[in-house]
Design a protein around this ligand. Structure first.
Ligand SMILES: [Zn+2]
Length: 413
């Protein structure tokens, strides 16, 4: 082992990233924010840091001749040791059975860890290439259970992102080694990426020709193990760009899910997956035609209903019309009043409400319309207003209440 001054670099998780189990002992048990954390003398669990989540897995112990297993859901580096968060369902048993000095086997969830290694190594390829080709720095990096985000301090165009993705893919196929190098940073060493000044020992992750970065994370041994990369999204972020990406198993799972989704859509539309975009565009065009046709028919029905209205100029006439927009509804109220009503009122259903437009043909300076608005506010939950003999808004009362209201309006006048 190299002479290394940083204690973190002496743990097995750091020196031997492919090790899945380790026999060790408990050095402390701590209650922290409602959880039990077990500190181990050494561990294969990566403690959260540098954008990479802490490992999950199990602690195994033989107690009174019985093997006991305790699920671990997170790991953090605290006070010179890695602490392992015991899962809630195992806490009570752990409090009763785990003691300092007890021998335990630490075992990580290797499949999850390997996936995280694939993501993290892919991040180094992306960041190294973006730095080389565009000069932008990686200023933020985070892996969660589904994806990773990478923040750069300069913009990238869509074609530049595709270019980066392809170059990363080529580096994956080239099976370049991913080397872990330890340096005392007072020595004269070649340039490397780092977000902060690091005192003491440097751990450099190097992919020859692509990237050198100070990093404590766990990485695959060869770029080939990354398997594949998809940059799935890019948004402007603090003057630069935030990329979302998935690598390895995650990219394979996404491709499978997308394939199934496309098959499902293709079956619904009786279209081969390659024709989906064209088929959906044709459907949308058809939908627009049907909407226009529906509007024409509703307008014709409205005109017809108004044509058959009585024309004596003495009544308030209310018509409930089929699904009209606000402009058509205002025109309908206008036409009802012009047809000979004292006041023309048109309403139409709009979700849980009713749109309303009213036009006064009476020569009373809008006095009755104002009274009508006040009464509708009280009795029909009317919200809206108007001027110059015109009123518009919406009603929240049910249809029967609206019908009753207009039926008695004239009778009480
Ligand atoms: Zn890293």
């Amino acid at each position: 082992m190299d002479a290394v001054s940083d204690r973190r670099f002496q743990f097995t998780y750091n020196r031997d990233v492919r090790r899945r189990t380790l026999e060790t002992r408990i050095v402390g048990l701590h209650e922290r924010s409602g959880s039990l954390w077990a500190a181990l003398e050494d561990t294969v669990f990566y403690p959260e840091g540098g954008g990479q989540p802490g490992d999950r897995g199990h602690l195994l112990a033989v107690l009174a001749g019985r093997e006991e297993s305790f699920a671990v859901i997170d790991a953090r580096y605290r006070d010179n040791y890695v602490e392992h968060e015991i899962a809630a369902q195992d806490e009570e048993r752990a409090r009763a059975l785990l003691k300092p000095d007890l021998s335990v086997v630490a075992e990580i969830d290797w499949e999850r860890r390997f996936e995280l290694m694939q993501q993290h190594s892919a991040e180094h390829l992306i960041s190294g290439l973006v730095g080389q080709l565009h000069g932008w720095n990686n200023v933020g990096f985070h892996i969660n259970e589904e994806l990773m985000t990478l923040d750069f301090d300069g913009p990238l165009e869509a074609d530049e992102i595709v270019d980066i993705e392809q170059r990363v893919q080529a580096a994956i196929y080239a099976e370049r080694p991913v080397r872990i190098l330890y340096h005392e940073n007072d020595k004269d060493i070649p340039p490397y990426r780092a977000k902060i000044d690091i005192p003491g020992t440097l751990r450099i992750v190097e992919v020859p020709g692509i990237d050198r970065c100070a990093c404590s994370g766990t990485h695959v041994g060869s770029t080939g193990e990354i398997g594949g990369l998809l940059i799935t999204d890019a948004v402007r972020y603090k003057g630069g760009v935030r990329l979302t990406a998935i690598a390895g198993w995650r990219a394979a799972r996404l491709s499978r899910a997308q394939l199934e989704r496309e098959r499902g859509l293709g079956a619904l539309l009786s279209t081969p997956p390659g024709e989906l975009v064209r088929a959906v565009a044709a459907l949308l065009e058809k939908r627009d035609e049907l909407i226009a046709e529906g509007n024409r028919l509703r307008q014709a029905l409205t005109d017809e209903a108004i044509r058959h209205l009585p024309a004596d100029g003495h009544e308030l006439i209310w018509l409930e019309l089929p699904q009209l927009d606000a402009v058509s509804l205002a025109r309908a109220a206008e036409n009802i009043a012009a047809r000979g009503g004292r006041i023309g009122v048109a309403t139409t259903e709009l979700g849980e409400h009713r749109l309303l437009a009213a036009r006064s043909a009476a020569a009373d300076d809008g006095r009755e319309l104002a009274e009508l608005a006040a009464a509708m506010k009280r009795e029909l939950g009317f919200r809206g207003g108007g001027r110059d003999g015109f009123l518009q808004g919406r009603l929240s009362a049910p249809r029967e209440a609206v019908e009753h209201f207009f039926a008695v309006w004239d009778a009480e006048r």
